[in-house]
Design a protein around this ligand. Structure first.
Ligand code: F6R
Length: 255
């Protein structure tokens, strides 16, 4: 696993956006795996800037998001479809119908999960999968105890995740406790994976993902089995790594 440590979240965000621009320059018809959450907000703002400056285009690309809440109406501002429309899709030039999320409004969510997995298989593999990391080590909504061989399915969120995401909902508002999420095996099928984690609240999860034993207790540790996984961190998120000097030495010598 490649570990890249930046001084702060802004520098890390710029580096990740540059990876995206390079990916699309090398392969304009890339299949992109996208994530939501606070960590990604800066990345999408930066991608919009690059697009407006004529430095990247999504005109031939396709995207698959990791997850979507179950139980929110389609027009709810906290659906991940809404998040993606507002923070990226409506500002750039993806072709019509080329941006996919699991259907969290389906009357048959199990079938919606199977359909999503089939759609990824049809257009995939995903060339570049962007991932955030939960403080509990989740990737997508694969919470601790998720099967490392899992595929897209319904997942019940932990109390910790519901609480962490409560900041996006109004006080006292009903909050979903289930989601459709790509599975860990779905994520591992991507050609390359880019994980972003910022802040001291992610430091323990980062240390587990990079240096801990592979375990369903910390689902992100499954990425140790991926041949092209890169972790982009700020100083605070890197603070529990015991081999930090080595990663920085590699970073300085191998770019
Ligand atoms: C979002 C997702 C989650 C988040 C993670 C970190 O699509 O799948 O795994 O990436 O919960 O969220 P933030 O960035 O809000 O800390």
């Amino acid at each position: 696993m490649r570990v890249i440590i930046h001084r702060d979240a802004e520098a890390a965000t710029r580096a990740v956006s540059a990876f995206f621009a390079e990916q699309l320059a090398a392969k304009p018809a890339s299949v992109l795996g996208l994530a939501t959450g606070g960590t990604m907000e800066g990345v999408y703002a930066e991608l919009i800037e690059l697009y407006r400056a004529g430095k990247m285009s999504f005109a031939k690309a396709r995207s698959f998001n990791l997850d979507e809440y179950l139980g929110l109406p389609a027009d709810h501002p906290q659906t991940y479809r809404h998040y993606m429309d507002e923070r990226l899709f409506r500002h750039v030039d993806f072709p019509p119908n080329a941006t996919h999320l699991p259907d969290g409004t389906s009357a048959d969510p199990e079938k919606a999960a199977e359909d999503y997995e089939a759609l990824i298989a049809r257009y995939g593999p995903i060339d570049l999968q962007l991932l955030g990391l939960g403080a509990n080590g989740h990737i997508g909504f694969n919470e601790p105890s998720s099967s490392l061989g899992s595929r897209t399915r319904i997942k019940t969120l932990t109390h910790a995740t519901i609480e962490a995401n409560g900041r996006f909902f109004e006080d006292g508002e009903w909050q979903p406790h289930q989601a459709l999420t790509m599975g860990i095996a779905t994520i591992l099928d991507a050609r390359s994976v880019l994980v972003l984690a910022f802040g001291a609240g992610k430091a323990e999860a980062v240390a587990q993902v990079v240096e801990g034993p592979i375990s369903a207790r910390w689902p992100g540790t499954a990425l140790q089995m991926h041949r092209h996984a890169t972790l982009v961190l700020d100083e605070a998120a890197a603070s529990d790594l015991t081999m930090r000097d080595y990663y920085q030495w590699v970073q300085a010598n191998d770019g």
